[in-house]
Each structure stands twice: as C-alpha cells, then as structure tokens.
Design a protein around this ligand. Structure first.
Ligand SMILES: [Zn+2]
Length: 1012
C-alpha cells in the first residue's frame, strides 16, 4: 500500500467534495465547490509525438477500431461547388425561409435589407453585405426566432438611365420619357434576376418569392403617400436654392451622389474689389490719396460674375496695408497679411488695423461689372483657414452664400444654365461658354482687362464629381424640392440615442453627416423615377398639389404604376372635382411637373412598404459605412418626419472591400475579386480554383468587418486551408462515433473519464462564448474561438490522448463509450457553432452522422444545447495540474515518441497529490487516466523520492497552485517529474512500450484480443 494519510483541515473537505463531484457515484455529493484559480490553458507541447496504430499495423490490424466514415477528407476541383449545389437541393435551402416562417414561435427577428442598386453583376461588396446578414439571420433562426428578411432592389435613378442611354448611343436623343423608362425597366429587371440567382447561390436564406422593388406599383404608391404626408406637415417645400448640379447629367445631385476627386485642378485667383464707399471707421483710417481695394481669393473664378457681396468676420482683426510692388492700398485680415503677401510675391506694410465690425456699411465695386455694387457684409461662415479673410459671395453658387443672401435680400440670380454654360444674362462675352472650361478663361481675362486680377495659380484640391459620369459638378441655384432637415434633426438625434450602433463610433459619424447637411434636395430632372406629384401653372409661378390631387394620383399609380404620369393626358391625372376648378379639360391651366424623386427618397421609404406589424420597426439594419450618409439617414429622416420614430432598433455598419494590400479594387490594377470566379473557379483553375461559397462566407466571417475588409488570392487560400483543417476535425469526430448509439451507449456525465468530463466542461464554456459573439454580431470572434478550440483543445490535446482508448480498447468498454459520449456532444456543438457561417459544410456533416436515423437539417433542429451538468468546479484543477506535469514531461523529450518513456511523478503529501491519486489509483499504471494524459508507457505516482533511478533519468521540477472554495483553500505544491526510457518492449498492437517482448501483446491488448 502506498501512503495512506488523508490531508487534515479545509483541504480534506474540498478534496472530498471534488471526489464526490466527479468521483465514483457511490460517495456522497456536495455541491457549491468553487474554484478561483485562473484557467491554465491546456496545451500540447509541440515536438512530442504519439505514434498510433495505422491500418498497416500488421496482424492485429483487424482488432483495432479505426475511424470509419464516408465523410470525405478533401473535396477537390469542382467537387466543392458541386457538393454545395447538391446540399442546397437535398437540404432544402430554398424552402428553409418559408419553413421557419410557419413555425409557431413567439419571437421575431426582422432584418431589413438595404436594397442594392439594380445595375450590373453582384460584386464582392455585395457578398460581404449579404453574407453578414445571412449569418445573423441563420443564428437568430437557430436560436428560435422567426426571421423576417425580405430582400429588395433599388430600381430607379440616374445610373440605370445613363447606362441605357449610353448603350443606345445617338438613338437615345430621340427617345421620349416613356421609351427611356421602358428600356430602364427592362435593364433593371435583367440585373435583378442575375443578382438574385447569385445571392441564392451564396446560400442566402430569404423570402426570394416576395422581394421588394422600388419600381413596384404598390411601393411607388406608398412612397408618394409619405411624400405627401411630409408636404402636408410643411417638411417638404419647393424653393430656388443652390444645389450640387451635374452639367454632365443635367440634374441636381445629392451629397450621397458625389465622389470627391482629391486631384482636381482648379484655377485659383486673387482678385481686388475696389472700395467704392468706405465705412466711416475705414474712411477715418485712410487719407484718400490713393485707391483702396479689398482682397479676395477664390478657387472658382467663373462664380465672380455672380458676385453679390464680400463677407467679413465681425470680431476678427483686419489690416490696411500698402503693397510694396504697386503702392496700392489693400484691406485683408490681419492674420493673413504675411501669407497673402508671400503668395503675391510682394511685401505688405501694415498702415493700421481695425475690427471686422468696422467694415459695416461699406461697399465695393464689382471687379468685372463696374456699375454693380458689392456690399461688405458680416457672415458667420468666414474663417481664417484659407484666403484673405474676406470672402467672395455668389448666392447662386454656394450654400453659405445663399444664406447670407437670404438674410440681406441680395439677388440670387443664376447666370449658369442646366448644361453648365453661361446664359445670355451673363453678357455677350460669357454667353454660351462652359463655366468650368472656356467660361473660367474668359472671366480671368475680363478681370485682367479690368486690372483687378492680382494673381492666378493652379490649385490641386478635393472637388466634388458626379459619381456616375465622373465629371466635375458645380453648385448652381435652381428650383428644386427640399426636405427641411432642420425641423426633423433634433428629434432624429434624440431617437438615435436609443438605437444600438455597432461599432459605437458609427453613431457620431452619422450625426456629424446629418449636421453637415443643410437641407435635402429630393428632386431630380430625369425620366426614370417616381414623379413628384405636382402640377405647375403654365404661366404663373404657382403649383397645384392637395390631398385630392395626390390621392387621385396614388390610386392611379397603385393600379398602373408611375408610368401614368407620362402616358395619361394631364386632365386624367387630376380628379374631376379639381379639374373643374382649374379650367376644365379643354382649358387646363396646369401641366404635370417634370421632376422625379431622388432615389434616396425611394429607398429611404422602404420601411413603410416592407417592415411588418403595426410597429414597422426593424431589429436590425446592416449596411456599409457609406450608408451613414445614405440609406441609414434617408430612412431615419422619412420615418421621423411622418411618425416621429426611428425605423431600426440596431444598426451594424461594415467597411468596404479592398484588394489584398489594402488598395482599391480596379480593373486596371487587375485585383478585382469576382465572387462567381471565387465559387466556380476562373479560366485557369490552377491560379483561380473553385473554392465554393463556403470559402467566401468564411472570408466574410473571419474578417474584421468594422474596418476595411481585404480580399485576394492569399486571403481566399488561407480561408480554404482553415476550412480544410476544420474538415479534418469533423472527420475525426464522425469516424470515431461510428457504431455508437447515443441512446443506448452514452455514459452518464458523472461516470465519465475525468478528461472526457473536462472536455464537456470546456465545451460548455466554448458554447457560451460562441453564442455571446453571435449576439454581438462579432463573427470574427466566432471564427477565432472555433479555430482555437478545434486546433488547441481538440486536435492538439484531446484527440492525441484518446486515440489509444478509442482504437485499442474493447468496442463496448465503458472507457471507450465515455470518450464517444463526449465526442458526440463535441460534434454537435462544433457543427452548430459554425452552421450560420458555413451552412453547406454543416449540412454535409449532418448527412454523415452515423447514429442519425434519417439525416436532419442542422437548421431545423435548433441552436447549441449544452447541459449545465457539464460545468463542474474542480475538474479544471485536476486536469490542469496533471497537464502541468505532462507539459514538463513532453517538453523534455522534444520530437520523441512519448510512449517510449515511463514517467515517475513525485508529489509531497497534500491536496495536489490527492487530486492526482484520483486520476491513478495504483502506484504504477499503463492504463490509468493520468497515464493517458501523460501519453507515456506507464506512470508511477509517488509521495516520496523513489529509491532507485536509472542513470539516464531526467528530473524536472515545478509547482502548482490550487485555490478552492473562493480562495479559502490555497495550496502551493511542488512536484517532480522523472523521465526514463521505457524498460519494456513495444506491443505489436497498441505500440505502447508495455509488452514483455516485442512479439507478445501487452496485458491490456492480450485481454482485449483474447476476449474476442
Ligand atoms: Zn498493447
């Protein structure tokens, strides 16, 4: 007998408790045993290997229980995409949405799909977006919610119209609005069909039979209703205002339709405006001997003809300076004297300084038109960052200029027409000249001739371009329809505080963008869209719109679509009672307006058409960060405008896709990743193999989607390799549960091997973290947790030690069944944990589960279900302390086979020894739980130094701290691990060095084989 003492004091109780929890069931149980040690990660020491029987291990091959499964280790070439198509068919991917809708469950999860543009093929940015949504939906569905996910398309708008027109070439010029609309519609329909089948191929679960389209009659009718509700509340109005105008598309554009070109070159100029009447203070500072001018700087010389004023900052300091080159007297901000003088390559002598307020009531002469007066006015938008501190103000060509003009009743006349050329009002010299080209040139020449140009130079700066035509836009005043954002903004911001933003910083970005938007111009001068339902008086500046006219139009649109605006004669667009009031059918004084609605207004009202229930509020909107100024915002503004609530409870914002090195994707760089090529392979399959959709999905999940997301060949290869490793893990699990029937063979948790119980304990912890990560939409963390679990906890640790038990014990041995019981649970949890990400692989695994009576769909059988019995205090202490010794042992024999060694563990009497004793009851054993963990031929557990040690023995020492009962029990024990080469021979069956001779079986194998 070995050492018989039992520890006294608190340790004894704890030990007894530990024994009761996972020891033999005959002992009394005690609950509530708490451990407080930090978890020591179980790891295998690389370098040590354990050799295991292979199918070639000679004459005992048939007595060894090797894994058996039809689940393929690898899918080569087309096998991967083909398998996915087969799985989609077999497992009913297309019926899953309606199946889950029909379930009787209480909770619903509504993810409202932001409509992609019905233009061109699906690209990798769509893949990122749609797959993220699908992962979220599949998780919530498995968790038990009914999913509401209706995909949609944004079908109207300039990009489609431009594409159709450019395809038609010269023929396009003679097309009527109706003809353009017909062609645009069929173009959009074709794009939708193509994109839809691509999205389905990615495995996206959705209501594909009931998608929403912004060109649907009912959708258009709803949208018009919202427009009118906003109009009635005074939130929509028509006004003459400066807006971004694209001469190349001949329409107004919204901020979201601009692209800023950082390399745009402008011709910036310094101009002097001769002072015609100085303010009284200024007059007192001047002796009147020479002329005085104010200096301005502008990057847009073509706006000078439209100048109506020069603005200054009320409380800034200004200076009167004398130019050393010309002797002229100038006025400019005191802070800008040095920089402007140096830009003009001269010196300024400061004569006197004064406050901006002292410029009040002064006037200047227009630098081109000497008969025109430009007053000096205070304005809050003047800054000292650029220019001279005195700002040229052209109300028709600047938003801030416009607000100064409205305050001071300045003229807002626009001298530029829809094509971006000067009108005849600009004068004969400028008439018909394009403002950004020849027009600029002529203006500069006129300034020169008037001797008011001081300098011209090229300036490279960021300038807005039309996102479609890629040509520069101008700011130009025109009659447009606007949403009064100022009225809604504060309510919208208040409501946003209750919306959960992921990442949190997106909220600020969205508020900032909203703040920057002075008003929202919602009218466009094109044909392909929803008409603004208003009639214009033929001669007077009057409009006709009221509830009767709008209701009538909405009814017509609901039945026939918005084409009626262009196909029906105007008198039919008006209800009879209104028609009689406005001249009757023969003398109708009004014509239908020609403006259509901004497509952001189209898509921004999708909540009213798509969201279910009376509440019409989605649980989640999930889009790219460009939507912070786009759809997230237009949806919020329309929803707040008509019903004072946000259309979403949470908003997830992802980044853009970039090339592998973080560069933009472009055809010229050749780095465009085409999702179809990713799935089916390219022309040269050695360079572009067929990865299948799961690789695409894995890439999406593992990426940090909250920043920019890179993709390219090496990223995709790595994703494939990751899945391949996961596949091997799954194959091991499937192979080793063959012949196991969970209903009859399972071992109760309390009777399982300590290490098997420990794995279930880890599994529960893993499952909780996985669930939490899905809940937070942190799919990258799901992937990291999964990878860590299957490589570290499973492949490197657990699988390496259980092979002997699985392969070499009797098929029905409780030791083996204990292990299989754990493997079944592990398999189930692992598959469910990645099912939302890799639905094809998950279903494929379920097709190969040997104990399933008939294969079930993983998606129709719920979420991870772990038992709380698995979470056991004390287990970790036992396994981790043994693993500390195991690491010492394996670390001492790098690259060698652990089975060629025997190990002696010496621990002084105490808690640690007691725990080890539970893993090995005999002093020396080759079949104990402790020896299994050590992977040695045999392990000897002693409480004192052995009397004899062989000369080639290596001794290692260490300590292990045990904290139990909330820290009440704290014991630090030292241990010694003595490693010696095995003295016995290699068993020809299990290859452990436990046989008496190399041609006889070890006692364990002899018993197993003999019993057969
Ligand atoms: Zn053996």
């Amino acid at each position: 007998m070995r050492w018989q003492l039992r520890p006294l004091g608190p340790g004894a109780a704890a030990l007894a408790a530990a024994r009761n929890l996972w020891g033999p069931s005959c002992l009394p149980r005690r609950l509530g045993w708490q451990r407080t040690t930090g978890r020591l990660l179980v790891r295998s020491v690389t370098g040590a290997s354990n050799q295991l029987p292979t199918p070639n291990s000679g004459k005992y091959r048939d007595t060894v229980l090797l894994p058996q499964t039809s689940f393929p280790m690898k899918l080569l070439g087309r096998q991967q995409p083909d398998m996915e198509l087969e799985i989609q068919q077999k497992c009913g991917f297309s019926e899953l949405y309606s199946w889950q809708r029909e379930r009787k469950v209480k909770t619903e999860f509504c993810l409202h799909d932001g409509p992609p543009y019905a233009n061109g093929d699906a690209h990798v940015g769509h893949a990122l977006n749609k797959i993220l949504k699908d992962i979220a939906n599949r998780y919530h569905m498995m968790k038990g919610s009914k999913i509401h996910f209706v995909p949609g398309w944004d079908c109207h708008g300039l990009p489609i119209e431009m594409k159709v027109l450019s395809e038609l070439g010269e023929k396009a010029q003679n097309l009527s609005a109706v003809e353009i609309r017909e062609k645009a519609r069929s173009f959009a329909e074709a794009a939708i069909e193509k994109q839809k089948s691509t999205f389905m191929r990615w495995g996206i679960m959705a209501d594909w039979n009931n998608c929403y389209y912004t060109f649907d009659e009912k959708y258009e009718a709803r949208q018009l209703r919202i427009f009118y509700k906003m109009y009635e509340k005074g939130l929509v109005y028509r006004a003459y205002k400066p807006v971004f105008w694209s001469p190349s598309s001949r329409t107004a554009l919204a901020e979201a339709e601009l692209e800023y070109n950082p390399e745009h070159v402008s011709r910036s100029i310094y101009v002097k405006f001769p002072v015609s009447k100085p303010s009284p203070v200024l007059a007192s500072l001047l002796d009147g001997s020479c002329p005085v001018s104010v200096l301005v700087w502008t990057t847009q010389p073509w706006t000078i003809p439209a100048n109506q004023a020069v603005c200054y900052m009320l409380d800034a300091k200004y200076a009167v300076v004398k130019c050393s080159n010309s002797g002229d007297i100038y006025i400019l901000a005191a802070d800008k004297v040095m920089s402007v003088a140096s830009a003009l390559e001269t010196k300024f002598e400061v004569i006197s300084t004064f406050l901006g307020a002292d410029l009040e009531n002064g006037t200047c002469t227009h630098p081109i038109f000497p008969n025109k007066v430009s007053p000096l006015l205070p304005a809050s938008h003047v800054t000292m960052t650029k220019g001279t501190g005195l700002v040229h103000t052209a109300p028709a060509h600047g938003m801030e200029d416009y607000s100064v003009a409205s305050q001071h009743n300045l003229s807002m006349d626009c001298l530029v027409n829809e094509d971006g050329v000067f009108t005849d009002v600009a004068g004969p010299e400028l008439h018909n000249k394009a403002v950004l080209e020849e027009g600029t040139d002529v203006v500069i020449k006129m300034l020169q001739a008037a001797k008011n140009l001081l300098k011209e130079e090229k300036l490279v700066h960021s300038y807005p371009y039309d996102w479609r035509t890629k040509k520069p836009v101008v700011i130009r005043a025109s009659k447009q329809w606007f949403v009064n954002i100022a009225e809604i903004k504060s309510t919208a911001k208040e409501l946003l505080k209750k919306v959960k933003f992921i990442p949190g910083s997106a909220l600020n970005a969205m508020v900032e963008m909203m703040d920057r938007r002075p008003y929202w111009c919602i009218s466009r001068q094109r044909a392909w869209g929803v008409p603004i339902p208003v009639f214009l008086h033929k001669t007077k500046d009057e409009i006709l719109i009221n509830s009767q006219t709008v209701e009538h139009i909405i009814k017509l649109v609901e039945q026939h679509g918005s084409d009626i605006w262009w196909t029906l004669p105007p008198e039919q667009l008006l209800p009879k009672e209104v028609l009689s009031q406005v001249g009757g059918p023969d003398a109708l004084e009004y014509v239908p307006g020609q403006d259509i609605l901004d497509i952001w207004f189209d898509s921004g009202t999708s909540w009213s058409h798509v969201l279910p229930g009376t509440d019409q509020k989605a649980d989640l909107y999930l889009e790219g960060k460009d939507q912070l100024g786009g759809w997230f915002q237009s949806s919020l503004l329309t929803s707040v405008a008509v019903r004072k609530k946000a259309p979403y409870k949470a908003v997830v914002v992802h980044g853009f896709t970039l090339g592998e090195k973080g560069e933009k994707m472009s055809k010229s760089l050749g780095n465009v990743v085409n999702p179809d090529v990713v799935i089916n392979g390219g022309q040269d399959q050695s360079k572009e193999p067929a990865y299948g959709a799961d690789v695409l999905r894995w890439w999406v999940a593992e990426s940090n989607v909250f920043t920019e997301v890179t993709v390219g060949p090496s990223v995709l290869n790595a994703a494939r390799d990751d899945i391949s490793k996961l596949r091997n893990t799954l194959r091991f699990l499937l192979g080793n549960v063959s012949g196991f029937n969970p209903e009859t063979h399972s071992i109760p948790a309390k009777d399982m091997y300590v290490i098997d119980q420990y794995m279930l304990h880890l599994l529960q912890d893993f499952a909780n973290k996985i669930t939490e990560s899905y809940k937070q939409y942190d799919f990258g963390r799901v992937v990291r947790l999964l990878q860590a679990f299957y490589t570290r906890e499973l492949s490197n640790f657990y699988f390496s030690i259980i092979k002997d038990r699985l392969y070499c014990e009797n098929e029905d041995d409780p030791k083996r069944r204990s292990c299989q019981t754990a493997l079944v649970e592990i398999l189930d949890v692992i598959v469910r944990s990645f099912a939302p990400i890799l639905p094809h692989l998950a279903e494929e695994v379920f097709q190969h589960i040997p104990y399933a009576k008939e294969p079930k769909s993983v998606f129709r059988t719920g979420w991870i279900n772990t038992s709380s019995i698995w979470k056991k205090p004390g287990l970790e202490e036992a396994v981790e302390s043994a693993c500390a010794m195991r690491d010492s042992f394996l670390g001492s024999i790098p690259g060698r086979n652990a089975a060629e060694y025997q190990v002696v563990i010496v621990i002084e009497p105490g808690l640690l020894f007691e725990i080890m004793e539970m893993l090995q009851t005999q002093e020396t054993s080759s079949t104990s739980q402790l020896n299994e963990l050590m992977m040695a031929s045999e392990t000897t557990l002693l409480s004192q130094e052995p009397r004899e040690v062989t000369a080639d023995a290596v001794a290692l020492t260490g300590t292990f701290v045990i904290n139990l009962e909330g820290g009440d029990i704290h014991e630090e024990s030292s241990y010694k691990v003595i490693v010696m080469p095995a003295t016995k021979e290699k068993c020809p069956r299990c290859w452990k060095y436990t046989a008496e001779s190399s041609d006889t079986l070890c006692p364990r194998c002899a018993e197993v084989v003999g019993g057969k």
